[in-house]
Write a protein that binds this ligand. Structure first.
Ligand code: TA6
Length: 283
């Protein structure tokens, strides 16, 4: 059991043998070992030196998701997925270190001054025998409204993505298909398989629980609270091979089931806070 830290990362060890490593760069979970297996995919071509967002694990997407909007100007000037995944976070405290779970709280540095908003952003990562919980906490510390999007961009490791089955997406839920230029469609409630590039934002998902059967006797349940939308992404060879830091055939070994608040912007009044959580369970 325990929490250890070096200058680059924080590691949590649970008595069951599970462990999680979080890079301070972006507060990015880069490894989750459970049941003797690595449960996170990280591309072997990913930069891990703080020069680029990490390609894998769980990057924290904040304060925008995807390409920047055209306005307001301070948001239009941001890079894809915002800056939190490229900031150097700090370990604020060990929340608990017990058989029930090992948990730490990380804190993002102040936002870039040109962004012009003042908020507190923290992230609590909790490890138990079979579960990894990641909670995002935003407090508007300004005297004006603060709007943002947020998403936890997990890369769940699977042996062969062509064999997985994704369930839990409710019938009738609307989704925006980024592969089809943002076309909005209605989900028919069926099982989703990855037989083509998938990049969809399922909007306001009532079940708040998506399951992945990995086709090899295991899988994941991804539950969320506070987050309302869920992006599902796997680029397949078609687009995966064009991603510079993606290892060869990497797209065959992960699926992203990303809880977020991304269809709309969340608005916080001065002093108001937002709490959102994803809980990933190994099945
Ligand atoms: O969450 C899905 C997505 O927004 C995709 O459109 C895809 O581009 C992916 O994230 C990765 O984005 P990144 O900026 O990390 O290359």
């Amino acid at each position: 059991m325990g929490v250890t830290q070096n200058e680059k990362s924080v590691t949590l060890n649970h008595e069951s043998g599970s462990s999680v490593e979080i890079q301070l760069y972006g507060a990015t979970v880069v490894s989750w070992k459970q049941g003797g297996k690595e449960r996170m995919f990280v591309s072997s071509k990913s930069a891990l030196d703080g020069s680029k967002p990490i390609r894998g694990g769980i990057p924290v997407v904040f304060p925008i998701f995807g390409p920047p909007p055209s306005s307001p100007p301070e948001y239009a000037a941001l890079k894809q997925h915002g800056f939190a995944r490229q900031q150097n976070w700090t370990l604020e405290s060990t929340v608990m270190d017990r058989p029930e779970g090992v948990s730490v709280r990380l804190r993002a540095p102040a936002p870039p001054s040109e962004f012009g908003h003042n908020y507190k952003l923290s992230y609590v990562v909790t490890l138990t025998a079979h579960q990894l919980s990641t909670d995002l906490h935003v407090v508007n510390e300004d005297n004006k409204e603060f709007i943002f999007q947020a998403l936890l961009h997990n890369y769940l490791a699977v042996p062969d993505v062509s064999k997985i089955k994704i369930t839990g997406l409710d019938k009738g839920v609307q989704y925006r298909d980024k592969i089809l230029d943002g076309k909005i469609d209605q989900w028919d409630g069926s099982t989703l398989v990855v037989d083509r590039p998938i990049d969809r934002v399922y909007q306001k998902v009532p079940s708040q629980e998506i399951k992945v059967d990995d086709g090899a006797g295991s899988g994941f349940a991804v539950r969320f609270k506070g987050f309302v939308d869920c992006t599902i992404w796997n680029p397949q060879e078609e687009t995966g091979s064009k991603i510079a830091d993606m290892e060869d055939k990497g797209w065959e070994r992960y699926v992203c089931i990303e809880p977020g608040y991304v269809k709309d912007f969340k608005s916080l009044a001065p002093g108001e806070e937002f709490l959102a959580q994803q809980v990933i369970t190994v099945l």
